[in-house]
Write a protein that binds this ligand. Structure first.
Ligand code: TXA
Ligand code: MG
Length: 342
C-alpha cells in the first residue's frame, strides 16, 4: 500500500477524498490541534481494528471518539452529566477529552470493553470538516507507532505509517503539540487521567475540585488496573533512554553539564543552549514558555533517533499550566527515570 498525502491547499477535494476513505472502512491520518490522529469510522468495528494493526497497539487500550458538533455528544454517550455540558461550553472545540458512560452504538473494540467512552470535539478546522463530511463519529488515537513519540506533523505520520495506511490529510504542524487533557466524569468526583492542552487550573475553574490520578506521578505495573489503560505502557520514547532532570533551570543545566559524555543528547531550555553546543542538543523554548515547549517536545524526541546518542538528558518545566503535560510526557518517555536537583 502506498500512503498518499492529501493536501487541501493543492487539492480542493482532499477532505472529501479522505472522508470517502473513512466511509469505505479505511484508516486516514487526521490533523488535530493537539497531535495527528489515526482516524477510522467509530461505528465500523472492522475499520477500528485496522487502527490497532497499523499502530501495533495493545487491544486493552481504548480509543477516543471525535465529534464535530456538541449535539453529537448524546449520540456517543448514554448519559451526559451536567458537568460535561459546562466543560463543553468552556473548552470545546479544543484539547479536552471527557470520559463518559458509553452509548450502545459504540463498539467494544473502541472502548476496549469498558462501560465508558472518551469523547473529544477537536478545534482543528480540518478535523471538524473531515468528521462532518464523513457524517459519523471518528475513533482516533495519536498517529505514532505504539510506544513512539506522538506525531505533530504529517512528516512524522508518514515516518511511522508509510505503507500502513492509504492516506494522510495535510493540516500543517499541530498548534498545541501535546495530546488532549483527559478528565473522567463517571466517578464521585471529576478525575484528571492525563494532563494536556487544557490545564488543571482551567478544569478546576469550571468543575471545582478535580482529583489527580496516581498514574500521572509514577510508573504503573503491567498487571495493575488503571483508569486510562494507555497510561501503564512506556510511551513517547525515542530509542535512547531518557533521563529527566527536575529543579531550578540553572541547577539542572549544571547537573546535565556535569554528567555529559560524547554520546549524550540534550534537550534543554533555549537560554542554556550555549552550554551544550558541542553535543547533540535540541531546544524546547525558554524555561518560562511551556506553550512553545509543548509544540516542540515530540519533534525533538523523535529527532534523536536520527543520531547516535546513547542517552538523552532533558530539563523539565514545572507543573504550572500546560507545563504539567510537558513534564508528564517527558517523564513517561523516561519511564519515570527522574533526577531532582536541589
Ligand atoms: O489529543 C488527543 O487526545 C489525540 C488526538 C488524535 O485527538 N488522541 C490521543 O489518543 O492522544 P491516544 O489513543 O494516543 O490516547 C488516548 C488515551 C489512552 O491513554 C487511553 O487509554 C485513554 O485515552 N482512554 C480512551 N478511552 C478511555 C476511556 N473510556 N476511559 C479511560 N481512558 C480512556
Ligand atoms: Mg498516544
Amino acid at each position: 500500500m502506498k500512503t498518499i498525502v492529501l493536501d487541501p491547499i493543492a487539492d480542493t477535494t482532499a477532505v472529501k477524498r479522505a472522508a470517502e476513505l473513512l466511509l469505505a472502512g479505511e484508516v486516514v491520518g487526521m490533523p488535530t490541534e493537539t497531535v495527528y490522529g489515526l482516524a477510522a469510522n467509530a461505528l465500523d468495528e472492522k475499520a477500528v481494528k485496522k487502527i490497532f494493526e497499523a499502530k501495533g497497539r495493545p487491544q486493552d487500550n481504548p480509543l477516543i471518539v471525535h465529534i464535530a458538533d456538541v449535539d453529537a455528544l448524546g449520540q456517543v454517550s448514554a448519559d451526559v452529566p451536567e458537568a460535561a455540558r459546562r466543560l463543553a461550553k468552556a473548552y470545546w472545540p479544543g484539547p479536552l477529552t471527557m470520559v463518559l458512560p458509553r452509548a450502545a452504538c459504540i463498539p467494544d473494540t473502541v472502548t476496549a470493553g469498558l462501560s465508558t467512552v472518551g469523547v473529544r470535539l477537536p478545534a482543528h478546522p480540518l478535523a471538524r470538516a473531515l468528521i462532518r463530511q464523513a457524517g459519523v463519529p471518528i475513533a482516533a488515537p495519536s498517529a505514532n507507532r505504539s510506544g513512539r513519540p506522538s506525531t505533530t506533523t504529517s512528516a512524522h505520520v508518514l515516518a511511522d505509517m508509510d505503507g500502513r495506511i492509504p492516506a494522510i490529510l495535510e493540516g500543517g504542524p499541530c498548534q498545541v503539540g501535546v495530546e488532549s487533557t483527559i478528565v473522567s466524569l463517571t466517578g464521585d468526583k471529576p478525575r484528571l487521567l492525563r494532563p494536556g492542552g487544557i490545564s488543571l487550573e482551567q478544569l478546576r475553574a469550571v468543575l471545582g475540585e478535580v482529583e489527580i490520578d496516581r498514574a500521572l506521578r509514577e510508573q504503573i505495573g503491567d498487571d495493575e488496573k488503571v483508569s486510562a489503560p494507555g497510561m501503564k505502557y512506556r510511551h513517547y520514547a525515542p530509542k535512547a533512554p531518557v533521563i529527566v532532570v527536575c529543579g531550578d533551570p540553572e541547577l539542572t543545566a549544571a547537573y546535565i553539564q556535569k554528567h555529559l559524555t560524547n554520546e549524550t543528547g540534550v534537550l534543554c531550555f533555549t537560554e542554556f543552549a550555549y552550554l551544550f553546543e558541542m553535543h547533540e542538543m535540541r531546544t524546547m523554548g525558554t524555561a518560562s514558555d511551556p506553550i512553545t515547549q509543548a509544540r516542540r517536545i515530540f519533534d525533538a524526541l523523535r529527532s534523536f533517533d536520527e543520531t547516535n546518542v546513547q542517552e538523552i538528558y532533558t530539563q523539565c518545566p514545572d507543573d504550572e499550566g500546560i507545563g504539567l503535560a510537558v513534564a508528564n510526557r517527558l517523564k513517561k518517555a523516561a519511564g519515570f527515570q527522574v533526577v531532582t536537583v536541589v
